[in-house]
Each structure stands twice: as C-alpha cells, then as structure tokens.
Design a protein around this ligand. Structure first.
Ligand code: SF4
Length: 292
C-alpha cells in the first residue's frame, strides 16, 4: 500500500512540464513527482530522491537563466525603471559563472559523471548574450506599447475536475482589448504538437481568468534565437482536443502510485540527463560514459 504525504494531494495538478516528463520516461516521472512524496519506500532512499530532484539539466541552464533575467527586468519595468540590456547581460555572465564553478553538484549531466567542459559554458555564454540582444533590440520594442497585465505567475485553473497550473511568460493587452500571451523560447522551433499543447493550455487559462473567447486572445511564441514571433491560432475543436488530452494524461498519471506501474524507458542520451540516473536500476549512464 502506497503511503503519500498529504502535500502530494495539494500539488497534484496537471502541468505541461509533467506532461513532457510523463512522455519521456514514466519512471523518471515517478521518482520526480511520486517518489519525493512517499512516506517510506523499500525501493530507494527518499531523502536522496529529494536531493536529486533539485539538479538541473545543463541543456536547460541557458533558458532558465535567460528567463530569470528577463523576469527581473520586467519586474523593474513594472516599477517604472527602464530595461537595462547591459545590466542584464552582465547578470547573465555572473550567474553563468556561479553555475560553472559548482556544476558537478548542481547540473545533472556533470553530477552523473560527464567531465566538465569549458567549451560548453563558453558556447552557451556567447549564444545567451546574443539572445538577450534579440530580446532587448527586436522583441521587447514590440511589447512596450501594450498594456502590461502580468508575467511569470503561477496560475491555477480547472478543466472539469483536473487542476491545471500554468506559468505564462508575459501577458498584456492591446488597445482593442485583445489579450496577448507570449512565451519566450530560447530553443529552436521544432516541436509542433508540444508547442500547440503548451500554448493552447495558456489560451484555456485566459478564457477562464479573463472571461474571453479564443477570438479575443492572441497567443504566440517569441524565439530569442532569431527574434521572430510565431503566432498560434486555436479553433474551438483544437481547444476541446487539448482539454481531452489533459484529462486523459491526468487520469493515466493517477491510476496507480505503485512503482511497478511506472516502467523505465532507458536510452544513454536520455538517462545521462535524468536527475535519477544514479539510482535508477535501468539507468544507461554507464553506457553513455563508455564504462561497461
Ligand atoms: S535513468 Fe533513464 S530509465 Fe531510469 S528513470 Fe531516468 S530516464 Fe528513466
């Protein structure tokens, strides 16, 4: 019988991040969201799982830092302070250096045994500065005339009985009362369906939160790598499909909390970036590192 901490049920919502992990490897999902909430386990050390949960993938580092810096800049903007490109770039350099110094303790791949690699940090530094330049020079000028509403807040809403959590990068309003929701993306545009699911979920949230129809919402992704903005449009049918997907996901995620119902789906490149690669019995990190 699985015995979960009470807080598990307060945080048991659907989110796009949970959806992505669920599709990547069910066991990874299990360690991350259920293993950390167990009162006891005969299979692994719960305290170690909680510690491992705080690791971050090196591939997510640049995006995470850029989001954090843009979030701070918008916070200043809300307080009447002009955005500061040079200040943002310098903050990015400093934060990246902090991560570089402590990488084996806090970044998953290095924790899992990948040798430290200066070239990796130099590349994400150079690319990150270019992305910030695009944000301040190309993207932000298209937003500063629009009315600010909110940014980077965790918002909850319901789809039938399922609680859903979203964190929209930027929400603003045009003079014609059109709500604009924008996601800053630091990566490339290659995941058609997944982007549609993420942005469509934001649209469903706006419909409830601001009491709007889809035609009164503009949804888009701003690509910091190129400075381009890609619009997304949703019909009622698209939105029904997204709702059904969320309910189906959530039902599957909660049909059992037993570890054996969460199979591993291992592959060397996947396991080396898995927070739980050092405790999972089917982990392929040794294959990745060339240690057989
Ligand atoms: S190590 Fe690999 S198989 Fe194990 S949980 Fe992580 S991704 Fe899944």
């Amino acid at each position: 019988m699985v015995n979960l901490e009470n807080w598990f049920f307060n945080y048991n919502f659907w989110s796009f991040s949970k959806h992505r992990l669920w599709n990547l490897c069910k066991r990874y999902y299990y360690y991350r969201y259920i293993g950390t909430a167990l009162k006891k386990s005969p299979n692994f050390d719960i305290y170690k799982v909680k510690r491992l949960k705080d690791l971050n993938s090196k591939y997510a580092l640049q995006g995470f830092l850029i989001h954090e810096i843009i979030e701070n800049q918008i916070e200043y903007y809300c307080n009447g302070i002009e955005l500061n490109e040079e200040g943002a770039k310098s903050q990015f350099t400093q934060r990246l250096d902090q991560y570089r110094k402590t990488a084996p303790d806090i970044l998953t791949e290095f924790y899992n045994g990948v040798p430290l690699d200066d070239a990796f940090f130099n590349t994400i530094h150079e690319e990150g500065l270019e992305k910030l330049k695009n944000f301040f020079g190309v993207i932000w000028p298209q937003f500063k005339e629009l009315e600010y509403l909110k940014h980077e807040d965790f918002d909850k809403f319901k789809i039938e009985d399922v609680e859903v959590i979203v964190k929209v990068d930027y929400v603003c309003k045009t003079k014609n009362d059109l709500i604009v929701i924008t996601d800053w993306k630091t990566g490339a545009d290659y995941e058609e369906y997944e982007n549609g699911l993420q942005i469509g979920t934001y649209v469903l949230w706006v419909m409830q939160y601001y009491q709007k129809y889809p035609s009164q919402i503009r949804s888009e992704i701003a690509y910091l790598k190129t400075g381009t903005i890609r619009p997304y449009e949703f019909t009622w049918e698209n939105l029904v499909t997204i709702k059904e997907k969320i309910i189906e996901d959530y039902t599957m995620m909660n049909r059992s909390y037993e570890i054996e119902n969460y199979p591993t789906n291992s592959a060397p490149a996947k396991c080396i970036s898995c927070q739980f690669g050092t405790i999972c019995p089917d982990s392929k990190i040794r294959e990745f590192l060339g240690e057989f």
